[in-house]
Structures are given as C-alpha cells and as structure tokens.
Design a protein around this ligand. Structure first.
Ligand SMILES: Cc1cc2nc3c(=O)[nH]c(=O)nc-3n(C[C@H](O)[C@H](O)[C@H](O)COP(=O)(O)O)c2cc1C
Length: 186
C-alpha cells in the first residue's frame, strides 16, 4: 500500500473542542475554544494555551478554570469564542449567547448552555507555558443523563475539531466494546 507524507502538522484525531471558562480581574466571565488539550493524569488535564489570550491571564490570576465540551447545538457560539478575544471584545460572552453560574468549588464560571463541565484548579504552568489543572468535580445537566443516571454521550453530542479541513464533527456511532472486543483474539 502506498503512503503519502505530509511532513510536520498538528493533525491529530480526535481533537476535542473544549470551552475554557474563566473570570477576569473584575469577576467578568470569559470563554475560549481550545482543541489542543486533554487528559494529563487520572484526575488532571493539560491545555496548550497561548500567553496572549485573556483566558491565560485569567487562569494565572484566579488559579482556576472550567472546561465544558462544545456540543452540536452550540457550534456557532463555540466557534465564535475561538475567533474573538475578550482582550478587545468585552461583550464577547453576551454576543456568544453564553450565560454563566459560578462554580461552587473553584473561582470560575460554568457555562449554562454547555451541559457537561469539568471544574479545575490550576496545578501549574509548565516550563513550556502549558496549563496543568486538577479536576475537582465533573457536573452534568440532568437533561443529558440516561435512564441509568449516567451521562448519555448521544444526548451530550460533543463535537470534535477536524484539523485537516477545519471542520467540526459530532462524535460518531458505537463500533465496539472497550476492554472486551480484543479478548476474542486471546
Ligand atoms: C477550533 C479552535 C481551536 C483552538 N484551539 C486553541 C488552543 O488549543 N490553544 C490556544 O491557545 N488557542 C486556541 N484557539 C484560539 C482561541 O480560542 C482564541 O484565540 C480566543 O479568541 C481566545 O480568547 P480570549 O483572549 O478571550 O481568551 C482555538 C480556536 C479555534 C477556533
């Protein structure tokens, strides 16, 4: 089978669409879109944030942030917060149509329109400027729970960022059972 080389790219599947929410120095909520992030440990996350973002300064200030998964229903608002900065658009959240409630556990806002949220405390900025945070709670709106009381990922409908063509895609269908299907080959 022939293969084509593309060289060095930041292409990776699947990339999440994480909406990072923080408070500024006046207690005003901001949010930004981040695709370069993920789990760092069993109870920790890692984000690759540029230093100039208002969000990065807010995390330095409050040592806290929340991460919510962008959803099929909130594509436009989620993209908007990724292309406009609160550094120069103070009414960014209102324009996005995002409203917030303060987390009871960390000094950061929870976006009401995004139904699943990780509440995080800053652990540290690494020497490369990446953010490491401790997950202190995960909360979900009851509207996305299944009959078993757990999160129903189909109801959540999280989106993924597809970096080759710059599209958003909704998470796809079930194709296997983890820690189980492979046992057929044992
Ligand atoms: C799909 C997408 C993914 C993005 N991923 C990141 C990322 O991982 N890290 C980053 O620093 N900026 C990322 N951005 C850019 C920020 O979301 C953007 O600069 C935003 O305006 C920052 O807002 P703020 O200054 O209000 O914090 C992404 C934007 C989009 C649209």
């Amino acid at each position: 089978m022939a293969r084509k080389n593309f060289g060095v790219k930041s292409w990776f599947y699947p990339l999440p669409v994480l909406i990072i929410a923080t408070y500024d120095e006046n207690g005003k909520a901001d949010a930004m879109n981040a695709a370069w992030g993920g789990l760092y440990d069993g109870n920790a996350v890692e984000l690759c944030l540029s230093a100039g973002h208002k969000t990065t300064k807010n995390i330095q200030l409050n040592k806290a942030f929340t991460i919510s998964f962008a959803t099929k229903e909130t594509v436009v608002a989620s993209d908007y917060v990724g292309i406009v900065s609160m550094n120069n658009t103070p009414d960014k959240m209102a324009k996005a149509g995002f409203t917030t409630t303060k987390s009871e556990l960390v000094n950061a806002p929870i976006i009401n329109e995004l139904p699943m949220t990780l509440e995080c405390k800053l652990t540290k900025f690494t020497e490369d400027g990446n953010v490491i945070g401790e997950i202190v709670n995960i909360s979900a709106d009851e509207s996305i729970l299944g009959e078993d009381g757990k999160i129903d990922v189909d109801k959540l409908a999280p989106i993924s960022y597809e970096p080759v063509h710059n599209t958003y895609r909704v998470l796809g269908e079930v194709v296997g059972q983890a820690f189980s299907d492979g046992a057929k080959l044992k």
